[in-house]
Design a protein around this ligand. Structure first.
Ligand SMILES: NC(=O)c1ccc[n+]([C@@H]2O[C@H](COP(=O)([O-])OP(=O)(O)OC[C@H]3O[C@@H](n4cnc5c(N)ncnc54)[C@H](O)[C@@H]3O)[C@@H](O)[C@H]2O)c1
Length: 324
């Protein structure tokens, strides 16, 4: 049995508690949250001990689950790693690049596993296309949300776009060559809406739009590659592939198109989407990497790389607003 302690039982922390209770081979030992009202609600609802000293909770467990606001990630991660405890930490990995760099170093020097909560990697729509060879040359992303004060202590880049940055960096096997970005702070002091173009050394271009001030919600990624168009709808948990038909696509809906090079048969495929709860799946993956001593699915280096691109974007937006 792996013992887990949860740090932060706000909006997302409660989802984590619900999932940990259902996950096998794990014992939920207690939680730490400085907010008395949040803590009382959890003690009553979950019959779970509240720890008043974070160090004592770290001492009592094998792994910590950090679901506190981002500015506390670094101190909590560091305290746990120093005591040899495995760490699951919500995204973004840390508040600053210095902190993120230090965490990568601390993990490298220790025997602990660290996983970052880039939960979209476990979204059923994304899992549904994992069997494909992904080699996109053009990516178009829209992640639009309605305004919610929760999360606005950081920009829309670190709050929402970082999900797509992480997915794109995990798909495109090439280094970032250039970033262009523009963003506007409408409701808060940091960008609430932004458009970003990331160019990679292999020629791939990703165009991302993120907003937290939209009327409608949307979380769509469209990938274009030589043999296929792949659409991933993270919100509605559906994916779609449109490609030149091959013998393997025998069961797919298809139609013919007349082209200057003759008739082409196009297949339209809706990949089977697994029925999974993404948060449960990411926490189970973390448990498994500890039990089987395998790399975590979203490592501290992945968390660092996503933050690095996010911070470069913020830098570009800041410079643009100074010169405009
Ligand atoms: N992966 C995702 O899709 C996703 C979605 C939402 C939030 N998040 C991340 O989860 C984290 C929490 O977000 P939230 O929406 O649950 O926020 P929240 O404000 O609802 O809850 C945060 C909780 O942490 C508590 N807290 C404050 N300081 C603490 C400390 N030092 N130690 C322990 N707990 C502390 C607060 O009292 C509060 O109860 C943030 O890092 C956020 O970026 C990730």
């Amino acid at each position: 049995m792996l013992k887990v302690g949860v740090f932060g039982v706000g909006h997302l922390g409660k989802f984590h508690l619900n999932n940990w209770k259902e996950i096998t081979d794990v014992e939920l030992v207690g939680f730490y949250d400085p907010n008395d009202a949040a803590a009382q609600e959890v003690t009553e609802k979950y019959q779970l001990p509240r720890f008043l000293d974070p160090e004592r909770l770290i001492d009592a467990v094998d792994m910590v689950d950090i679901v506190a606001p981002t500015n506390y990630h670094f101190d909590l991660c560091k305290a746990a790693i120093r005591k040899g405890r495995h760490v699951f930490v919500e995204k973004p990995l840390a508040n600053t690049m210095e902190e993120a760099r230090e965490l990568v170093k601390l993990v490298r020097e220790s025997n602990v596993k660290l996983q970052v909560g880039h939960v979209e990697r476990f979204n059923p729509a994304y899992l549904g296309i994992q069997h494909m060879q992904l080699n996109p040359m053009f990516i178009e992303v829209h992640r639009l949300a309605q305004f919610n004060p929760r999360g606005t202590e950081v920009s829309v880049i670190l709050d929402l776009m970082i999900h797509d940055i992480d997915i794109i960096l995990s798909i495109v096997k090439s280094e970032v060559k250039q970033i262009s970005a523009s963003g506007v702070a409408v409701m808060t002091d940091t960008p609430d809406i932004a458009n970003v173009r990331i160019e990679f050394n292999n020629g791939c271009v990703a165009n991302l739009t993120s907003s937290r001030i939209s009327m409608k919600r949307m979380r769509k990624m469209r990938l274009f590659q030589k043999d296929a168009y792949i659409g991933v709808d993270f919100l509605n948990k559906k994916s779609e592939v449109i490609k030149l038909k091959t013998p393997q696509d025998v069961d797919a809906f298809s139609f013919d198109l007349e082209t200057p090079h003759g008739t082409r048969t196009i297949a339209v495929i809706n990949p089977q989407v697994p029925e999974v709860n993404a948060i449960k799946k990411e926490l189970e993956a973390f448990r498994d990497s500890i039990l089987h001593n395998t790399p975590t699915k979203v490592s501290e280096v992945d968390g660092y790389r996503a933050m690095d691109v996010a911070h470069q974007i913020l830098h570009k937006i800041k410079n643009n607003s100074i010169t405009s």
